[in-house]
Design a protein around this ligand. Structure first.
Ligand SMILES: NC(=O)c1ccc[n+]([C@@H]2O[C@H](COP(=O)([O-])OP(=O)(O)OC[C@H]3O[C@@H](n4cnc5c(N)ncnc54)[C@H](O)[C@@H]3O)[C@@H](O)[C@H]2O)c1
Ligand SMILES: [Zn+2]
Ligand SMILES: [Zn+2]
Length: 359
């Protein structure tokens, strides 16, 4: 009996999406359109999304939790297409910012604002559940994982608030206790390090030294407000930072790369009483020179972004106190997303920072 033509139609709906098929195998292909599976879900039609360095890590096979068949992407802005019965704060047609972190708002971790460790969410989008590099995405716990788009805010700038702005700010600036008149060094001048540079300036530190191997990225850092830049290609970044700080070192050393060499630079440039704030995702052990550091009254912090600062960053964006649009270098249509990956993946040649993909 074909008594339910409507049902048959809804299960057959398809869309286009960027699907991870295993290391080195992204594919842009037809995929089933997501549907509401829990009353707390929303289906969001993607308007703009982007690619993160972490997506490149997945494509290298570095992220074991992400299985082949997964739609990638954990950033974006969209329009609510449908909400589950329990969603009362959003309705179809609302424009929303998608957080890279899914939070239920109710578990013990969420009650401590440790959304990244939500027992029912955390970083699952584009990792353990299908993500935003598609025409539609299902967002669990929509009320606490989406933010309403404030009228008049640039939607491309907004995409930077899904992940990299809160990451640079929470893991780097807040954990690093950046203060007025303080000295800051940020190792890594990629999108995340640059987001830390932009948001560190909320606190008017006296000096912000940016360190990278890529001269083009250091030029951008200077335009974004760095007071000094150090090219570490010659292996003398520590000496250069010590010279710039009259031998004291920096109050805040932010690691925004994710390799042993850059964490070691931070260990060597942190001043007594300072903080090493790690942002980078590390795949290898790092040596800790406690024999030198034990008496220096320092702190070392680590953090997976919680996106607790998103409402504050939205206010700052609305008030034009930050301009995250500076990070956007390229634009693509969703149909050209493989080209976008290629451009983003060859940043040294293409000069790419963040790419905007329009669905
Ligand atoms: N903790 C979190 O919640 C979180 C969230 C998002 C991203 N991340 C991580 O943050 C890190 C930075 O992200 P991104 O997107 O900016 O990455 P990216 O790869 O675009 O930037 C890294 C920068 O580091 C530079 N670099 C590489 N080796 C260096 C060296 N030896 N010395 C100095 N500079 C060096 C590169 O030239 C590049 O500009 C990554 O590890 C990413 O996975 C962490
Ligand atoms: Zn990311
Ligand atoms: Zn939770």
């Amino acid at each position: 009996m074909n008594a339910h033509p409507q049902f048959a139609q809804s299960t057959q709906a398809n869309m286009m999406a960027l699907v991870y098929h295993g290391p080195g195998e992204p594919a842009f292909e037809t995929h089933a359109k997501p549907e509401i599976t829990a009353p707390t879900d929303a289906i969001v039609k993607i308007v703009k999304t982007t690619i993160c360095g972490t997506d490149l890590h997945i494509l290298k096979g570095d992220v074991a939790t992400c299985a082949p068949g997964r739609i990638l992407g954990h950033e974006g802005v969209g329009v609510i297409e449908a909400v589950g019965a329990a969603v009362t704060t959003f309705k179809s047609g609302d424009r929303v910012l998608i957080s890279c972190i899914t939070s239920c708002g109710k578990c013990p971790a969420c009650r401590r604002q440790l959304y990244s460790h939500c027992e029912n969410g955390g970083w699952i989008l584009g990792n353990q559940i299908d993500g935003t590099q598609a025409e539609f995405v299902r967002i669990p716990y929509a009320e606490t994982s989406l933010y309403p788009v404030v009228e008049g805010v640039d939607e491309e700038a907004l995409v930077m608030l899904s992940d990299i702005l809160p990451t640079g700010f929470e893991c780097g600036v807040l954990n690093g206790k950046v203060q007025p008149g303080g000295t800051v060094a940020i190792v890594g001048s990629g999108p995340v390090g640059l987001a830390a540079l932009l948001t560190a300036q909320f606190y008017t530190p006296a000096e912000i030294i940016m360190i990278d191997l890529d001269g083009k990225r250091l030029e951008i850092a200077t335009r974004f407000g760095a007071t000094a830049v150090v090219n570490s290609a010659d292996g003398h970044a520590v000496d250069a930072v010590m010279a710039l700080t009259q031998g004291r070192g920096v109050d805040t050393a932010i690691e925004a790369v994710g390799i042993p060499a850059t964490f070691e630079i931070c260990e060597n440039i942190v001043a007594p009483g300072g903080v090493v704030a790690n942002i980078g995702v590390h795949g290898h052990p790092v040596s800790l020179s406690l024999e030198r550091l034990w008496d220096r009254n320092i702190a070392i912090t680590t953090r997976l972004v919680d996106t607790v600062s998103t409402p504050m960053l939205l206010n700052s964006l609305k008030a034009k106190r930050i301009d995250p649009k500076l990070l956007i270098t390229h634009h693509f249509k969703l149909a050209d997303i493989l080209k976008a990956y290629d451009t983003f993946g060859h940043a040294a040649e293409t000069g790419a920072l963040k790419v905007i993909i329009e669905a």
